[in-house]
Design a protein around this ligand. Structure first.
Ligand code: NI
Length: 192
């Protein structure tokens, strides 16, 4: 890890995020047992901090971060079913979601895609194309204390959950891009 002083007295530890070529990113991550370890809790907090900072221009520059809204533990080199999402639901306002052993328990029929395509903190190159995703999903799993939780996500947040849960199953976003026809028109699926 690189240790960076934020200058306000607290220490911000920059995460070591693995590149797509690492084998663990293609493996199925293991179910997590409770209680979580101290290390895992720390890594979750560091992930929330870094994802939040990465979406605030001032800190993104200061800490030289790549903007991102989600991370899955395999990207940190750990085969554990833990995802973290930091969603800017309103200008400058963030919600964070930590889900252990997440499962999509229902989904809309409607399919959407991010018009600009998707990115991933483990994919250090531009990959063009639309990634078809469910417009809405319901995700069940556990919070950090082991309490059962259920989250309904739509639009951008729905895409984020599907992207991160894919990581737990060794799937990267470009696997879902149609190689023969990477772009959809508005009449085929709704682009957001
Ligand atoms: Ni990713």
């Amino acid at each position: 890890y690189d240790t960076i002083s934020s200058g306000v007295g607290s220490m911000f530890k920059k995460l070591n995020i693995l590149d797509e070529k690492e084998k663990i990113l293609r493996e199925t991550a293991k179910e997590v047992n409770f209680p979580l370890t101290k290390e895992d809790k720390k890594l979750i907090q560091n992930s929330i901090d870094q994802l939040t900072y990465s979406q605030i221009e001032e800190y993104e520059k200061k800490y030289d971060l790549r903007p991102g809204m989600g991370l899955a533990f395999p990207q940190l080199g750990l085969s554990k079913r833990i995802i973290i999402i930091v969603h800017e639901y309103e200008d400058g306002k963030f919600d964070n979601y930590v889900v252990i052993n997440p499962k999509i328990v229902s989904n809309s029929e409607e399919i959407i895609a991010a018009e600009a395509g998707e990115g991933c903190l483990s994919v250090n190159r531009d990959v063009e194309g639309h990634v078809p995703r469910f417009a809405r999903v319901t995700v069940e799993g556990y919070d950090e204390s082991g309490n059962k939780i259920r989250i309904r996500a739509r639009e951008e947040l729905s895409i984020a959950f599907q992207h991160e849960i894919d990581h737990l199953n060794g799937i990267l976003f470009f696997d879902r891009i149609n190689k023969k026809k990477p772009f959809y028109s508005e009449s085929e699926i709704r682009l957001i």
